[in-house]
Ligand binder design. Structure first.
Ligand code: E4P
Length: 216
């Protein structure tokens, strides 16, 4: 499974990139707003750090507007993936981008039927929002599992990008149900490295080493 970092903060991208485990980055208007900077400059800087797909979202809600914005975003860097919302206009724009060899990420996906329509129109990625489904009492991970079955049944090559990941269990479950990618906030990424038994084990090894070396 690939790991994308879900952020608009360039320092987080830099630090995660040094860990060597991230394959790409996703942003959305809310994440970019948190950075206090403009989308274009943030995307440009991220592209200079990470050599992988970087999702940048359109703001227009009509398909002509999405295509216009998407064409400009695609000019920033070859790795830019155009994020369009899961609406009729978004899916129409998705078809145009796909026909013109521009990669897309269909966002705000909450059902297998929505993922199916995006895949039919050539989406590169679909982003089912696991955490937001959990928030309203649904089982977010079950949707990922169902989309996996749909795509495998019909041979769709659209990648399933598990989004709205809130904690390490979401990452483990994404691995178990066969998501192609999980996009992970920086804090959650850092938590994946941790286990209390690792800390205790390391402290014991160092203490034993120090004891042994004092005796010698
Ligand atoms: C990423 O592409 C999504 O926009 C993001 O994962 C949404 O996460 P949230 O539900 O925590 O805002």
């Amino acid at each position: 499974m690939e790991i994308f970092l879900d952020t608009g903060i360039v320092d987080e991208v830099r630090e995660a990139s040094m860990m060597g485990v991230i394959d790409g980055v996703t942003t959305n208007p809310s994440l970019i707003a948190k950075s206090g900077r403009g989308q274009d400059e943030v995307i440009k800087e991220i592209a200079s750090i990470v050599d992988g797909p970087i999702s940048a979202e359109v703001i227009a809600t009509d398909w002509e507007g999405m295509i216009k914005e998407g064409k400009e975003l695609a000019k920033i860097h070859d790795n830019v993936v155009i994020k369009v919302p899961m609406t009729e206009d978004g899916i129409k724009a998705c078809k145009w981008f796909s026909d013109n060899n521009i990669k897309t990420n269909v966002t705000l996906v909450f059902s297998p039927n929505q993922a199916f329509l995006a895949a039919k129109n050539g989406a590169t990625y679909v982003s089912p929002f696991v955490g937001r489904l959990d928030d309203v009492g649904h089982d977010g991970m079950a949707i990922i599992d169902e989309i996996r079955t749909v795509f495998d049944n019909y041979g769709y090559t659209t990648k399933i990008l598990a989004a709205s990941i809130r904690h390490s269990t979401h990452v483990r479950d994404s691995l178990m149900v066969g998501a192609d990618v999980a996009t992970i906030p920086f804090k959650v990424l850092k938590s994946l490295f941790k286990h209390p038994l690792t800390d205790v084990g390391l402290a014991n090894f160092i203490a034993d080493y120090n004891k042994a070396n004092k005796k010698a």
